[in-house]
Design a protein around this ligand. Structure first.
Ligand SMILES: [Zn+2]
Length: 397
């Protein structure tokens, strides 16, 4: 019943285009002639966080490897292994830290140039392609400029802005722009796919502002709900300068705790498996040299883990800021009587009360302070400083 595109919520046009391309790709594999441009070797998937960029790339990769004429049936071996990330011809690049390096990219490009073992396509999926280093981008560009006949590159980035992806790479790719899925579509998929109760699904879909993964977490994970409640209590706690600094410190500590909680298990198991692979504690001929090499590899792992921790912390803080921005947006739309729904229905009494107290200009200044804070952190301003300054504006208005 549900094929590989079923989880792509509210993206009918994109799905139609990808289906056509996958069908054309299957004809190429069968040795038939297809119209020029019917299949493309390099694609960029853009869209706001949670709109399903990587879901779209993975579904398309599965359709390309599908054994039933590129249908993306979701049932054959090609579909299954691609979706499960175990297909021999499909490689997923997920940056561990803040950027994807050049050596990693060169190795990938080299492997992608070999003939597909399954007889269809060699596919490289690069999630967060905006985190490519400049050199890695150049290595990728060479491959995209002269693609091997059966190689496909699928890149995911937030946008095609030059900050996210170089203009030259972008000019060689076909761009699929995903939109923020409407709340009703998100709620529908939570009910159908994840068995969430309809009223919980509607609330979570609105509160997550179209972010499918976040909606699912809010619906199923009481700790995620607790963290959100704490963030939404910030506006009423800002009663003075001291309270602003306290709220800033609490917000950052909560983001750190959330990130640490998510990483502690992965970090430990990565270290354990590396130590096991290196045979820690070995003796005999060559052991000293091997140990020196092992120390280097452990250092390398620690470096990557540290970089990943920084990124996780930023992502957690950003999620909190998006929730907070939603609250001030609700105040503003209530204030202006805009004909749109509120994001945080469960604290609507609070946003209504604030709308009665603040002028639209004052509500807007607060919303802008949250957005400015997100941008400052994105531009590497120290989170403590950005968040404290934001809290002061949220208090004064
Ligand atoms: Zn299939």
């Amino acid at each position: 019943m549900s094929d590989v595109f079923a989880d792509l919520v509210g993206q009918a046009e994109t799905v139609a285009t990808l289906r056509q391309a996958a069908a054309a790709a299957a004809r190429v594999v069968a040795g038939e002639q297809v119209a020029a441009g019917a299949m493309t070797h390099a694609w960029i998937f853009t869209g706001p966080p949670g709109s399903g960029r990587s879901v779209a790339a993975r579904a398309f990769a599965a359709a390309l490897e599908c054994e039933r004429g590129g249908a993306g049936c979701g049932e054959c071996h090609g579909c299954h292994t691609t979706l499960g990330k175990t297909h021999a011809d499909v490689r997923f690049v997920v940056p561990e830290g803040l950027s994807i390096g050049v050596s990693e990219m060169r190795a990938l490009v080299l492997r992608a140039a070999s003939a597909p073992s399954g007889g269809r396509w060699q596919i490289v999926v690069i999630e967060d392609a905006d985190r490519l280093t400049e050199q890695a981008g150049n290595a990728l560009l060479k491959a995209i400029e002269e693609p091997p006949p059966r190689t496909v590159f699928l890149l995911c980035t937030p946008s095609t802005h030059p900050d996210d992806i170089s203009v030259t790479i972008r000019s060689r790719c076909r761009v699929m722009a995903l939109r923020q899925p409407p709340a009703e579509a998100v709620a529908e998929v939570l009910v159908r796919r994840d068995g969430v109760a309809p009223e919980v699904a509607s609330w979570a879909a609105a509160a997550s502002q179209g972010h499918v993964g976040r909606a699912k977490r809010l619906a199923n994970d009481s700790e995620a709900r607790g963290r959100r409640d704490a963030v939404l209590s910030v506006p009423r706690r800002l009663t003075g300068v001291g309270a602003c600094f306290e709220a800033a410190s609490a917000l950052i500590k909560a983001a750190e705790a959330e990130a640490a909680e998510q990483l502690v298990e992965t970090d430990a198991s990565e270290r354990a498996s590396l130590e096991q692979a290196l045979g820690a504690g070995g003796t005999g001929r060559g052991a000293a040299g091997a140990m020196r090499g092992a120390a280097g590899q452990l250092k390398d792992l620690e470096r990557r883990q540290k970089s990943r921790a920084t990124r996780s912390k930023r992502d957690a803080l950003d999620r909190a800021l998006v929730d907070l921005a939603g609250f001030y947006r609700d105040v503003l739309v209530t204030n202006m009587r805009a004909p749109v729904g509120v994001v945080h229905t469960d604290v609507a009494t609070q946003s209504e009360a604030a709308a009665g107290k603040w002028s639209p200009e004052s509500a807007l200044r607060r919303l802008e302070a949250v957005l400015a804070c997100r941008q400052a952190i994105d531009e590497n301003v120290k989170p403590e400083i950005a968040v404290e300054s934001m809290m002061l504006t949220l208090w004064r208005g």
